[in-house]
Design a protein around this ligand. Structure first.
Ligand SMILES: Cc1cc2nc3c(=O)[nH]c(=O)nc-3n(C[C@H](O)[C@H](O)[C@H](O)COP(=O)(O)OP(=O)(O)OC[C@H]3O[C@@H](n4cnc5c(N)ncnc54)[C@H](O)[C@@H]3O)c2cc1C
Length: 455
């Protein structure tokens, strides 16, 4: 529902209203507040320590500089944050970049990261927190349809209009703000589901680095994090769902313990709830409209298998603020510059993210690797330079075109040399694959956290 007319009323007026106080929303509020803008930060959760539960927590290296700019990298490390590279198991062996290969990711549980970010946002001068309020309508200019603010509802149902020169939708995947604004949105199905949990016990062999198993098409991972915990995760294709639904912990333990070079999940104990997500569609929206910008998952929520949403939530909010903070802080006379800033944000968002999206989206169907991916993984396992490039593209610090494009001849040469040496070009899977061996075995049963599971 859009509300016409009320934007002219005596409702409070802000430079920006940010809807959603998670990673993207808090980043936007902090940067705009610091730039001198007056910001309302609206969040439906009343508790400032609330956190996103269905998330593996890994922040790719591309997103870490934003945390640093916010002044939160050191505090995150003080809370136990673990820096890591990603080692990837493939049918051709491990792709393992050297420890000095480029910037590292950050691992810190969301129950620690989210309150840290929110406390910083709530303390930022110029930011007015409105916790326990849900934005459920937009204010529009009846003359040209431009978005002029939001209507927020408190827990008792009372509605308050908030006028703003810019509404920032940071309300996550399936954004209500995007829907109310009527921006073009594209949704594609996901062929996998996700289960995971934190475990305490012996560290995986590659710790502090994270490990992921690309089993083509199945997927599993181990992410060491704060307090010596490891998040074990599986993202199998949907035909494996019945065994996971029956007994999620048992199925996860069996799946992970049957991996090649398996990590020590059987010697570990689950702490906290089993988390599951059964539907994970890729949702991508037009990120701007007159008077509106979308950041984080509200703009694009795409395959969590690659662990990119947190970094992109931080980065997209930063890109937006870089483009619009000055005209917002300068006042209404600068509305022309604000509109130009929004267009500049859209260019940056598309330019930085779309090359990755073109690689990520098709694989989310649950399909097997294509020839190019197989050639890349085989060469990455055999050649340190290709492994380093693979890492920097996966960490989203380099675009696929720039990082891997120039290496195509080298990828072909490495695989050809390997074939000429008498070995198979693409070695068959060594070791047991979980497809063959992941029938539930031992392990205590543990019900999935039902309210967090979206069937
Ligand atoms: C299974 C799974 C695993 C994942 N693992 C990783 C990973 O390892 N690494 C990674 O980078 N990403 C991962 N992600 C993605 C990551 O969780 C998201 O990309 C990230 O949380 C997006 O942050 P955000 O701030 O945009 O949105 P969110 O964190 O979703 O926050 C949205 C906020 O808006 C609030 N809100 C919503 N609607 C309203 C409203 N109408 N009014 C007021 N407030 C509202 C919500 O309460 C919430 O606080 C994973 C996702 C899934 C599903």
């Amino acid at each position: 529902m859009a509300v016409d007319g009320q934007w002219r009323s005596a409702a409070p007026e802000y430079d920006a209203v940010v809807v959603g106080a998670s990673l993207a929303g808090c980043t936007a509020a902090i940067l705009l507040g610091r730039a001198g803008a007056r910001v309302a930060l609206v969040e439906r959760q009343p508790d400032p320590a609330a956190f996103k539960r269905i998330c593996t927590h890994l922040i790719q290296a591309s997103g870490v500089p934003t945390l640093e700019r916010l002044g939160l990298l050191e505090p995150a490390l003080a809370l136990g944050g673990v820096r890591s590279h990603l080692h990837v198991w493939t049918a051709w062996g491990w792709i393992a970049p050297p420890d000095d290969a480029g910037p590292r990711a950050l691992n810190l549980r969301r129950e620690r990261l989210d309150p840290l970010l929110r406390a910083t946002a709530l303390d930022t001068p110029g930011v007015e927190p409105l916790l326990g309020r849900t934005a459920d309508a937009l204010l529009r200019d009846e003359r040209d349809g431009r978005i002029r603010g939001v209507v927020v509802r408190d827990r008792g149902g009372g509605a308050v209009p908030l006028r703003a020169r810019l509404v920032i939708g940071a309300d996550g995947c399936g954004s209500q703000i995007a829907e109310l604004a009527g921006v073009e949105t594209r949704v594609t199905a996901h062929g996998r589901f996700a289960y995971g949990a934190y475990f305490e016990g012996p560290a995986p062999e590659r710790a502090p680095n994270a490990s992921a198993w690309f089993l083509d098409p199945q997927w599993a991972a181990a992410f060491p994090t704060d307090d010596g915990l490891t998040f074990y995760a599986a993202m199998p294709t949907k035909e494996r769902l019945p065994e996971f639904r029956r007994d999620p912990e048992r199925a996860l333990t069996a799946f992970v313990s049957n991996l090649p070079d398996a990590p020590p999940i059987r010697d570990s104990r689950r702490v906290g709830t089993m988390l599951g997500k059964l539907e994970m569609p890729n949702v991508r929206s037009e990120p701007i409209a007159p008077g509106l910008a979308l950041v984080g998952d509200a703009a694009m929520a795409i395959d969590p298998l690659w662990g990119i949403g947190c970094g992109w939530a931080l980065q997209s909010a930063e890109w937006l603020c870089d483009e619009v903070a000055a005209p917002l802080a300068a006042g209404p006379a600068e509305d022309g510059a604000l509109a130009r800033g929004l267009r500049a944000y859209r260019r940056r968002w598309r330019g930085r993210l779309m090359p990755h999206v073109r690689m990520i989206e098709p694989y989310a169907s649950g399909r097997r690797n294509n020839r190019l991916e197989r050639a890349l993984y085989a060469a990455g396992a055999r050649d340190a330079r290709i492994a380093a490039a693979f890492e920097s593209v996966g960490a989203r610090t380099t675009s696929p075109l720039r990082g891997l494009g120039p290496l195509l001849p080298r990828i072909a040469a490495v695989n050809l040399r390997h074939a000429r040496s008498g070995r198979e070009r693409f070695a068959p899977y060594r070791s047991r694959g979980p497809d063959a061996a992941a029938a539930p075995g031992a392990g205590a049963g543990g019900g999935a956290e039902r309210e967090a599971v979206h069937a």
